[in-house]
Design a protein around this ligand. Sequence first.
Ligand code: SF4
Length: 286
Amino acid sequence: MDVLKITPRGYCHGVVEAIRAAKQTAKARPGEKIHMLGYLVHNTHVTDELQGSGIDLVDRDNRLEGLEAIDGGTVIFTAHGVSPAVKERAQARGLKTVDATCSDVVVTHDLVRDLAERGYDIIYIGRRGHPEPEGVLGEAPGRVHLVQDPQDIEALDIKNPKVAVTCQTTLSIWDTAAMIKLVREKYPQTEAYNEICRATQDRQEAAVEAAKECDLVIVVGSERSSNSKRLVQVVEELAHKPAYLVDTARDIRPEWLAGKTRVGVTSGASTPTQLTREVIEYLEKL
Ligand code: SF4
């Protein structure tokens, strides 16, 4: 099997920083209770390793609920960010905090807060149930409207002449452009702020380009990872090639490769390099 190693792939700066912050916290506070409020980054291997170094995972439907389950010590806010209400509640409960929010997500929080203060209604393109929208929506409750698909845009009823649109950092570049276009058709006065991060854009563009020269693409990443799933989506929709998400080399099914000679390999922004290396080695041996 000819294996095309797609670059860039794997860890982004936000993930590297978040892991470093969590590991440093565990090292600096031996014997203390340390909790991560949700998956630090959306990869089970990374969180398993952190749990092995003594950091407890508190995974609840929302961050405020999770906070109530913590009975003291230090809480680490994950790379996806948290709402101001979570930070205030943690402080009120006397918990020590470590904020591992990615700097790119912080930029979106600042933007949304600023727009709300200046009287805008903000349409936020994102995925329901993902922690990043939960945090951003909390910057201006009632003023940020989460939309996931065109039906959500149709259902909007904003009377405010000041409208802005922005988005989650890890969406498909192409989907988001189409959604922004729909918003502008409905509210022509809309100011658009595309907040898809550079790491996501670079990985998607590289995957689509490389996929054109491959029979299929394997994306190494977790089912929880938004940016990994978007890599599968953009390869399928833009390059019209089959794409599969695998957590490890063991998930690769022989029938995907039958009659194929060239496979592209990429990985999500929170996928450890070792897992991707194992997938590449497995494919190269075929
Ligand atoms: Fe930050 Fe983008 Fe990485 Fe998410 S994918 S942690 S927003 S750099």
